[in-house]
Design a protein around this ligand. Structure first.
Ligand SMILES: *Cc1c(COP(=O)(O)O)cnc(C)c1O
Length: 233
């Protein structure tokens, strides 16, 4: 199978999964955006997926992402930073990405806002530490609404919602329950502050169906789209 056929087949398979999940939830397929999580996948492979219509690319590692952006040089692609944002990297991230999913402190949002060199605001998602895991990044649920209110005041930033990476769960009801909590938190935040946050970046290869059932609007898919990642070098 050629790279092009491979990309076409894998992309169709994921789109079918998204379509079935949307149908089961009574949702329109266009309400879920597919982000190709392409860390440790090379630019050439990604280019075949782009050829077959993948337009949203999510990257975790800044240097790898910038190299890939240069190699792909495709102005139609929309780049999402889905890794953790360190404060000394905000300027580069603001320059190179349309969406930033991994923000969990006001200071980071403030720096991205101040350093955004573009006229367009940066779309930003607050990362939730939904399972309150001490080793994980993200803001805890009780603190999230007030942090949203603070970030909403910033110019140059368009806060759109939440991103989360829950712990692995075995059953469909358990997977759905954690995603439902994120959706409810978004609804409560909108009610409390009169805002219109509309984005839930949740669901990956193993749990995109459960995430879509609970209102996900962006699924970030790596392994089941591109294949196994290259081992750590
Ligand atoms: C790697 C990664 C993904 C994709 O994970 P898969 O299980 O390979 O689909 C999604 N989101 C983030 C933040 C990631 O780091």
């Amino acid at each position: 199978m050629s790279n092009s056929e491979y990309a076409d087949k894998r992309l169709k398979k994921i789109r079918n999964r998204i379509q079935s999940a949307c149908r089961a939830a009574g949702r329109d397929e266009s309400s879920v955006r597919l982000i190709g999580a392409s860390k440790k996948q090379n630019a050439e492979l990604v280019s075949y997926f782009a050829e077959h219509g993948l337009t949203d690319i999510g990257e975790n590692y800044l240097q790898e992402a910038i190299t890939k952006q240069g190699e792909l040089a495709d102005p139609t692609l929309c780049w999402h930073f889905i890794g953790h944002v360190q404060s000394n990297k905000t300027k580069t991230i603001a320059t190179h990405f349309s969406w930033v999913h991994g923000v969990d402190r006001f200071k980071i949002a403030q720096r991205l806002a101040a350093q955004n060199p573009h006229r367009e605001p940066i779309r930003l998602l607050l990362q939730l530490n939904i399972d309150a895991e001490p080793s994980k990044n993200g803001v805890l649920e009780p603190q999230a609404p007030a942090l949203c209110a603070q970030i909403l005041e910033l110019q140059g930033i368009d806060l759109r919602g939440f991103m989360l990476i829950p712990k692995l769960r075995n059953t469909e009801p358990e997977k759905r329950a954690v995603f439902a909590r994120a959706r409810e938190l978004l609804e409560r935040t909108n009610q409390r502050y009169g805002c219109q946050l509309d984005t839930l970046s949740m669901g990956m290869s193993a749990d995109l169906e459960a995430a879509i059932a609970e209102g996900s609007t962006m699924v970030r898919v790596g392994t089941d789209l591109f294949g196994e990642r290259l081992p750590n070098s």
